[in-house]
Design a protein around this ligand. Structure first.
Ligand code: IPE
Ligand code: IPE
Ligand code: MG
Length: 248
């Protein structure tokens, strides 16, 4: 049991997850891709409580990318219908979790936007943790939007070009309310970021596992965190410097 091995004083504050492998999970079982997505939503529901109980403050999950709009219409429609059906405000209220969204929400069907807004408003004051769902999200889209925002501020004279720094960009991103992820988990066996949080993951520890998302559970989560805890985050410094800082 990896849970017993964890150092509870060094739990990552923010975990980002690329929930991949729903389709292959279904295919291996002779099921439809949609069934894999249904199982995937269950896996997400089930992980919320362990995340909260471990004291992870922020969980950010990649549910639908900008590029996923290019999937067959049937799958896109099934995913939108599923999100509408499964997005349950009670689940967030029960867990005292705040629900947030990043991505181009305006591309979502109107009725889904309404549920998203309802969840955002209702859960705004919840305090145990923040679940951020990336919907119609891609990092390059987000960076383009941030660039436009900054350019407009320069254009209207409220920002000088020489005053642009890393914080200006941080504040202009969809993720302005989040700290950078400490750990990024990708399930499903692929070793890539697929346009997810490219700026924010500059110093994030990356963890890849073969497990398909529908099979990802508390034990898998604890294994990822345990793996993270074996690493030394140096942020460009030497190991001696890092050890010196923690000993002081
Ligand atoms: C991830 O599972 C969920 C979404 C991208 C919506 P996939 O649907 O990508 O599953 P695989 O990668 O085809 O197995
Ligand atoms: C990334 O998975 C997006 C989500 C998990 C929502 P994909 O399955 O779309 O990624 P690629 O196409 O394999 O890179
Ligand atoms: Mg995939």
């Amino acid at each position: 049991m990896y849970k017993e091995k964890l150092d509870l004083t060094r739990i990552p504050q923010h975990i980002a997850v690329i929930m991949d492998g729903n389709g292959r999970w279904a295919k291996e079982r002779g099921m439809k891709r949609r069934d894999g997505h249904v199982a995937g939503t269950e896996a997400l529901k089930n992980i919320l409580k362990p995340v909260r109980d471990l004291g992870i403050k922020y969980l950010t999950v990649y549910a639908f990318s900008t590029e996923n709009w290019n999937r067959p219409d049937e799958e896109v429609e099934a995913l939108m219908a599923l999100l509408y059906e499964k997005l349950d405000v009670n689940l967030f209220m029960e867990n005292d979790v705040r629900f947030c969204v990043i991505g181009d929400v305006s591309r979502l069907p109107q009725h889904l936007q309404a549920v998203v807004n309802h969840c955002l408003e209702t859960t705004a004051n919840n305090t145990k943790g923040t679940l951020t769902v990336a919907l119609s999200y891609s990092s390059k889209w987000e960076l383009v939007e941030a660039t436009k925002k900054i350019a407009r501020r320069v254009q209207d004279g409220t920002l000088q070009v020489d005053d642009i720094n890393e914080s200006t960009i941080d504040e202009s991103l969809n993720t302005s309310f989040l700290p950078d992820p400490d750990l990024l988990i990708r399930t499903g066996g692929e070793y890539r970021l697929s346009n997810f949080l490219l700026w924010q993951c500059a110093y994030t520890e990356l963890y890849f596992c073969d497990t398909y998302w529908p099979d990802f559970d508390e034990e898998e989560l604890c294994k990822a965190i345990w793996n993270y805890q074996q690493r030394e985050r140096r942020f460009g410094k030497t190991s001696e410097q890092v050890i010196g800082t923690t000993e002081q």
